[in-house]
Design a protein around this ligand. Structure first.
Ligand code: PEP
Length: 263
């Protein structure tokens, strides 16, 4: 089944409202007036930016009527209530989000995110019609101890519990080996493919074969303009979650251009 390539820029704790608006306007200009403008308008590939919560609305406004989307970097599962500091899926939809990243390794490492909380967040997002981007991936120690497959298997099984009824385009998985995030040490295309094919197999057990075949699995970890093409050449790499290289318009635009199928 054909899957539309997707590139998501995770800005982490970067950019003010003004910087976000300027970035989004320049990104539209850069990509839509370039050689791949028509392909992007025809949705041959998709791109989204994930600014901090404060700048989500500004990004949505700046990208209105364009083929580009907005993602949050996290979400909470409750619709409302006494949860100081949290943001609900309904609020994210209201701010103009289409996607929401959940389970990023930085949230797992620094903010006590667990497979259980990832699962609650993904379910709440899906119920609101938002597309969760569920991040999974092993640490360097886990890889060295031969635990990469069991760790990813547990994160997928626990993180997607109870979500079996989802449609192919309602869920995105991001495989992000923790040792490759922000280190400049990208996984080789073969390493990414090996785990992402494994993830596809896990999705087939949870969802039907055709559904799993239509779900996008992104790779994340030191993706740059000069390595996106070799990663995209892998059968089960359907796009990328990009950190550092998404902060600058030209660099992010080159990555988006690099994921467009040249057929
Ligand atoms: C990320 O934060 O999800 C990420 C992949 O970061 P970087 O591209 O900087 O490694």
């Amino acid at each position: 089944m054909s899957r539309i390539p997707l590139i998501v820029g995770n800005w982490k704790l970067h950019k003010t409202i003004r910087e976000t608006s300027d970035f989004c306007r320049s990104l539209k200009e850069e990509l839509l007036s370039g050689p791949n403008g028509p392909a992007l308008r025809e949705k041959k590939a998709e791109a989204a930016v994930a600014p901090p919560f404060t700048a989500l609305s500004a990004a949505a406004q700046a990208l209105e009527n364009s083929p580009f989307h907005v993602s949050s970097q996290d979400a909470f599962w409750a619709e409302g209530g006494a949860f100081t500091g949290e943001i609900s899926p309904k609020m994210l939809a209201d701010a103009g989000c289409r996607f929401a990243i959940v389970g990023h390794s930085e949230r797992r490492q620094f903010f006590h995110e667990t497979d259980e909380s990832v699962n609650k967040k993904a379910a709440a997002l899906a119920a609101q019609g938002l597309i969760p981007i569920v991040c999974v991936g092993e640490t360097l120690k886990e890889r060295q101890e031969g635990q990469a497959f069991p760790v990813v298997e547990r994160q997928i099984a626990e993180g997607l519990k109870g979500l079996a009824g989802m449609k192919p385009d309602a869920l995105v998985i991001a495989y992000e080996p923790v040792w490759a995030i922000g280190t400049g040490q990208t996984a080789t295309p073969e390493q990414a493919q090996e785990i992402q094919a494994f993830i596809r197999g896990l999705l087939e057990k949870i969802f039907s074969g055709p559904t799993a075949g239509g779900m996008r699995i992104l790779y994340g970890g030191s993706v740059k303009a000069d390595n996106i093409a070799e990663l995209m050449a892998m059968k089960d790499v359907d796009g990328a979650l990009v950190g550092g290289a998404s902060l600058e318009v030209k660099s992010f635009a080159r990555i988006v251009n690099g994921c467009i199928p040249n057929k």
